[in-house]
Design a protein around this ligand. Sequence first.
Ligand SMILES: [Zn+2]
Length: 536
Amino acid sequence: MNLTQTTTTDAPSPAEQAAVFPQEATDHAEEVTEPKQISLPRALLLAPFRPAWVAERTTHLPLKRAWLGHWFSAVSTFVVIGLLLLWANWPTLGPNHITKAVQATQRELALLISQLARFPIESTLAVIGVIALVEVGHLALALNLMSWGARDEPLRNTFGFALRQTWLSGARISIAIMIIGGPLAAIEYENQTWSAAYTGPKPPEDLVLPARPVISRNDPGFAKAMADHKAAVDAYFRIYEPVVTARREWSARRPWLLKVPYAIGVPLGFMTSLWFLWALVRSMGATRNVPPIAHERRCIECGYNLHTIAMESRCPECGKPVVESLGPKVHPGTPWQHHPPGGVLRTWWQCAVDVVRGPGAFGRTLRVRESTTAHRRFFAIALVAISLVAETALLLTVGLLSFPREALRDPELLAIVPCATGCLCVGGAVLFACAAATLVGLTQSFTYGRNLLPTAMQTACYLGGFLVLWSIIGAALIIGLVWLGESNSLDAVAQRIGIPADMLGLLYFGTPNLICAGFFIHRLAVATGATRYANK
Ligand SMILES: [Zn+2]
């Protein structure tokens, strides 16, 4: 199969092409000037802050160098983690901080090396496993997101560009770890400061909380064993009490933020992950100078080569008028691209409905060869709607739950749950749309010998309207599940039909979601398939 596109020897002359594709000249004209390329160190340094800018200036960076870059990023990530640990433990190091830190690092390294030497096979396998995980993870991420920036180019160029940007994105991991780990290290620094400054009574280091005795209730010695255990626990707390009291008093005086480390760390973790995904997607979608490929002019119905056929005649294979394949009115672009009068929301709604109702007809409006970003704005609106649906569903679910209202005042819960819900839904929608576009786009690219990822991605974005509907269905299912659980109906139904309640819950939630995923992929495949012989 020829995936590098058919470059015909009798490719149409520029004048001929301009006659067939009137908008061609202007489409590619804006991409002619290519920004100056930058070096690998500069790319790694700036990738976290200017993802698209770096992507535009690294299009010719050899893949080998980008690959080296991701290992450099891995090493710098380890350095950042080491520095954060040093910061967190600084107060306990006492005088001569630096010497002590170096000694502690040496001790840790010596311990690690002795462990590696003791278990050579296991350690070799572990090292290989970690390296394989890093490599496979990068490949999977690149594959998942490659359709986002796909253009009318050979498939290997699309994947190469995505892989290069994924490898360069490693530079963002150390920044992400700084953002998440910084506040956590600051909190730990405070804890260590307290420990270092605490001069009160200290329990001996080998003091451990006594374990509950393993003894049957029917054993005659049960009562005595339990009484002994309680006495031992009381004795433990008598020794620990001054420390606990002193710590509690100190804790009460601390700033509010330092009392709730998880309320900071967990939302920061979710938001930083979303930022990482955003930056990666942004770099994949950067403007690129893609040299136009000369395609054979085909019948959009059957794929017959119309090179020598006059515009006024019909396709010799299927009889479709040639003008319907090559005329100026075919594949005109979506209504969303043209901003027809009627307002943004009306056009958005029209496209969202059209792609679901008639994916084939919708696909015949899409342009494969032209580079467009309109569909991304369409998808962004869908993402806002999806996060609104998720947060509303969360509020309704909380209203249904029977747990004590005081729990709602817990700052950790208030900070973590809405943030996690929003980030997971938005990140999930982006990853799903891209993965579906890659799956469908690659399958059809291999089938028709032409890179169809650009139209698959456009369609996946326009199906964002369906994703909003899907999120509403998912929200209703979750609210229903909570309601069923609270009223014990789920257990009753499970007992009656004789399957475990967990399994019933999974079927109840999983089946409609699988149907929605299947529907999404089907619509995506039909619309993408309609662009397989597109001449624009
Ligand atoms: Zn035909």
